[in-house]
Design a protein around this ligand. Structure first.
Ligand SMILES: Cc1cc2nc3c(=O)[nH]c(=O)nc-3n(C[C@H](O)[C@H](O)[C@H](O)COP(=O)(O)O)c2cc1C
Length: 408
């Protein structure tokens, strides 16, 4: 965190006293901390406490004529490399979700391009309220990182979910969210991973053997390379890589919709998911009974997520994955050309290969070039692949359309 600019927003909740300790923890790790408080927060902790701990005057008032002569709220919004609201009151979450800009803190949240994280803290019933739940879901959808809350004893005497995470925990989680140095710093990468499930009836589905391990490894590698990463994942049993925002989906259609919501902000799209090509045309409303010897399922095509992204007029740099059981490179090259991708990673899958195992073998293809990454653990291959993606993407920005043309 050395030298990183963290803007700490403090809103009106009992947990505001813990934020004083949070400032110390962040400063201990070398961060520069600027505190901005809502007027309500001042009722709980005095600004002098935060000023003494942060070493900077606290900002509260949007109508501060000295600061606003130089458009202070915009300056703060630009200065921040990360904005953390801790504690985030129910009221503030509602204002943030509603796009309000009626005080200094909400205005600068609207004006910043830095990642925003919130640490909600409130009574368990306020947290469980449908309005708060809807606001938090909307904020998550828009890319706000929601840290906590934790469960336990509350200041109001109740026990339940709604406690702010402890300062030490918050400082750890923040370290993962800070923009990192690396070839993809400042870039947004959208990755799909895992299988999809296509409903047959309320209790059955059609799926495939993808474990999501390769996609999760690529997400981790992209994050390590400095990118802001969104991972749209089908149903898998894997932990989310640190600092990655995860969106869980089930069906091919839900994956398409999640990708379409996120794609406009993405510089690079990497499709590792094993999306179903077909789904039952009319899933049964009730469980299908075993009344006959044979069951025929009428299947229809799903929309091709990768091809849809690659066909967008304003498209990101697009990387595909080809999982093939035969003629691996030939099929992958066909997919690269037919879907108009920038790069494709080919791997052989089958009874003992590719799916649901720790190792893989990748061959990367461009229109006029090829590189065999060999066999190895998925994370090692993912790091190598991300290095190549960063190189090709950067080359595409400078006019040389692909890495192969740069190499030539
Ligand atoms: C003693 C007291 C404690 C409060 N604690 C909380 C709290 O923990 N969480 C919360 O969301 N609101 C809490 N509130 C309500 C907020 O302070 C109130 O909604 C306020 O408008 C929040 O303003 P702000 O979001 O601009 O900071 C509390 C109010 C009082 C009087």
């Amino acid at each position: 965190m050395q030298g990183k600019h963290i803007l700490l927003g403090v809103t009106g909740g009992i947990a505001a006293y813990k934020s004083a300790d949070l400032v110390r923890r962040l400063r201990e790790r070398g961060a520069e901390v600027q505190v901005a408080m809502t007027p309500a927060a001042r009722e709980f902790v005095g600004p002098i406490t935060f000023q003494a701990l942060s070493g900077r005057p606290v900002r509260i008032d949007l109508w501060d004529s000295a600061a606003e002569a130089a458009m202070g709220h915009i300056e703060l919004a630009r200065w921040a490399e990360l904005v953390l609201i801790a504690p985030a009151s129910a009221d503030f979450l509602a204002r943030l979700a509603g796009g309000k800009a009626d005080d200094l803190l909400s205005t600068l949240c609207l004006a910043t391009e830095a990642p925003i994280a919130v640490a909600p803290a409130m009574n368990r019933i306020m947290w469980g309220n449908a309005a708060t739940a809807a606001n938090v879901a909307l904020l998550r959808q828009r890319g706000v990182h929601v840290l906590g809350p934790a469960e336990g004893a509350q200041a109001c005497g109740e026990v339940g979910e709604g406690r702010m995470l402890e300062p030490q925990d918050l400082a750890d989680r923040l370290a993962e969210l800070l923009p990192r140095d690396g070839p993809l710093r400042g870039r947004r990468v959208l990755i799909t991973a895992g299988p999809t499930r296509e409903r047959i009836d309320p209790v059955r589905f059609i799926s495939n053997r993808s474990s999501g391990k390769m996609g999760f490894a690529v997400a981790q590698a992209a994050r390590e390379a400095g990118a802001e990463v969104v991972l749209v994942s089908g149903p898998v049993a894997l932990p989310t890589p640190h600092g990655v925002r995860r969106v869980d989906v089930e069906s091919a259609q839900a994956m398409l919709e999640a990708v379409q919501r996120e794609i406009a902000q993405a510089n690079i799209f990497i499709s590792t998911a094993a999306v179903a090509d077909y789904r039952p045309a009319s899933p049964a409303e009730q469980k299908i009974k075993k009344t006959s010897d044979r069951l025929h399922l009428d299947m229809e095509r799903t929309v091709d997520v990768l091809a849809t992204v690659a066909a967008r007029p304003e498209r990101p740099f697009v990387v595909g994955f080809a999982a093939e059981t035969e003629s691996v490179e030939q099929n992958a090259r066909g997919k690269l050309l037919n879907k108009n991708l920038d790069m494709i990673a080919a791997n052989e899958v089958g009874h003992t290969k590719g799916f649901d195992c720790e190792d893989n073998h990748l061959v990367v293809l461009w229109r006029n070039a090829r590189q065999d990454l060999g066999s190895g653990p998925k994370l090692a291959l993912a790091r190598e692949l991300v290095r190549l993606i960063a190189e090709s993407y950067t080359a595409s920005l400078t006019g040389a359309r692909h890495l192969d043309t740069v190499r030539a």
